[in-house]
Design a protein around this ligand. Structure first.
Ligand code: GLU
Length: 483
């Protein structure tokens, strides 16, 4: 790459749907490339389809990029505000006869296309408007028939070198005379994209592989307009684990639903960065600085990438582990409040207690929202019991033993992890039991779960009164012996 020319890349989303993880990856790779080369990352909103674009969707895109930390250096530019520029270049193209007016009605052409499709015949626009006589043309103009502008595809193949896919060639006969400006005066994607990429000085077009079929058309426009061409890199598809294109069928595909589940943006960025690109080592957990430093388009695999949710959860768990307990507690607070476990004020009041819970749960959270099902018992007596664990670990003897344990437990003072452990071990020895014969049932009775963080710390944080209450309740209900 020419080191003298500045790297300028762009993210050009159409605000017509939610912000997909695939779009987030495209944005990320552009951003990483810009940051690696100390270039510029530009945001351009492709909103020429006015009926399908919406302000809300634009906001979702801005929020998504902001959440991931992908700051843009210029923009957002809006194509809907740049129509003058597109008109100007259409006039140039008309002057140099690279395009022609088409008076055909889109609905008539659509019918022809459908009929051909039914007969399994390839259909291309047959240039009938190119061959209109001056008189015919004049007649249509007189009648004020709405017209589109079509590009006259030259009779030679188009070739270019894609940074990721290598040589791409398209025969002229495979490219229809495409419309660059619609009957309503709005540019089509291909025209607006080329003019914007040129005017915004884009050096590298890095985008989803779905657009690889547009690139030959765009290259023809670059040539007809005498514009310098950027380099192109088309990112591989993202597939679900069933090897089908990632879609709603695979669960969450909207970026913000991952935020809401409690994935950390740093983990998401790390995960997305490896979805198609590799640093050339086995290293998976990487700081953003390291990713920027080693990022290159040449190391993007042209094969489709598979979105492995288990790996994302694992990675998120690693990022959660690396947080300070204070930071984790700040991130978990909104979940506690949302689940109505406690109010924010109560949490602030019991800050040390909550910090201890966070520390205890930290290695067990894959996403922040895991807190809800895994730690309900710290906040409330109202939780479900794992029935199979109850019946597996408890019988009539357990009932008797827990009754006795419960009475002696009342004397533990102060009630903390050390004193609880000391007491439980003594109790086991005195009663000729193994510590685990008490630990398992007590855990299930107090937390409803078979597994979880260290029992002694757990009991301390649940608190003596709640522990006694829960043990008594189970005994009174005689649930320990029948599950
Ligand atoms: N607006 C297009 C999209 O959202 C992007 C086109 C491009 O990057 O050239 O898919």
């Amino acid at each position: 790459m020419n080191k003298l020319s500045e790297v300028r890349v762009r993210m050009a989303p159409s605000p017509t749907g939610f912000f997909h993880v695939g779009s987030a990856r495209t944005a990320l790779y552009n951003w990483l490339f810009a940051r690696h080369h100390k270039g510029k990352f530009i945001l351009r909103v492709e909103d020429t389809d006015v009926t399908r674009s919406s302000k809300e969707m634009i906001q979702v895109i801005l929020d998504g990029l902001t959440w991931l930390g992908l700051n843009w250096d210029e923009g957002p530019y809006f194509q809907s505000q740049r129509v003058q520029s597109y008109n100007y270049y259409v006039q140039q193209l008309l002057k140099n006869k690279s395009v022609y007016y088409c008076y055909c009605r889109p609905e008539d052409l659509e019918k022809e296309k459908q009929a051909a499709y039914k007969q399994k015949i390839d259909w291309h626009y047959d240039r009938r408007c190119l061959y209109l006589s001056p008189a015919e043309r004049e007649e249509k103009e007189k009648l004020n028939i709405p017209k589109a502008v079509r590009f006259l595809v030259p009779d030679k193949p188009v070739e270019y070198n894609d940074i990721i896919h290598g040589k791409v060639r398209r025969e002229a006969s495979d490219i229809e005379d495409f419309i660059i400006m619609r009957h309503n005066g709005m540019p089509t994607y291909n025209l607006a994209c080329v003019i914007d990429d040129y005017e915004m000085g884009i050096s590298h077009v890095i985008r989803a592989v779905e657009h690889i079929t547009n690139t030959p058309k765009q290259l023809l426009l670059y040539e007809a307009l005498g514009f310098k061409k950027p380099a192109f890199a088309h990112l591989p598809l993202i597939l679900g684990e069933d090897k089908k294109k990632l879609s709603k069928r695979h669960g969450a595909v909207s970026l913000m639903s991952y935020r809401d589940q409690g994935f950390l943006p740093e983990a998401m960025v790390n995960f997305l960065s490896l979805l198609g690109w590799s640093p050339g080592s086995d290293k998976e957990i990487m700081k953003i600085g390291e990713i920027i430093k080693s990022f290159s388009l040449e190391r993007i695999n042209p094969a489709n990438a598979v979105f492995d949710i288990k790996k994302l959860e694992w990675m998120n768990g690693q990022y959660i582990m690396n947080l300070s307990v204070e930071d984790l507690s700040e991130l978990l607070k909104p979940y506690v409040v949302k689940c109505k476990f406690m109010t924010k004020e109560d949490l602030d009041h019991r800050r040390d207690w909550f910090l201890k819970i966070c520390k205890l749960m930290q290695p067990r959270l894959r996403v922040l929202s895991d807190l809800e099902k895994r730690s309900r018992f710290f906040f409330s007596d109202d939780f479900d019991y794992d029935k199979s664990a109850l019946s597996k670990n408890c019988n009539q003897n357990t009932q008797t033993m827990i009754k006795k344990y419960l009475i002696s437990m009342e004397d533990i003072e102060p009630f903390n992890a050390d004193t609880i452990e000391q007491h439980l071990r003594n109790f086991a020895t005195e009663n000729n039991l193994k510590a685990r014969d008490i630990i398992h049932p007590v855990r299930i009775f107090v937390t409803g779960q078979e597994g979880g963080p260290g029992l002694f710390e757990t009991l301390e944080l649940v608190g003596k009164d709640a522990c006694l209450k829960r043990l008594k309740k189970i005994i009174a209900e005689d649930r320990g012996s029948d599950g």
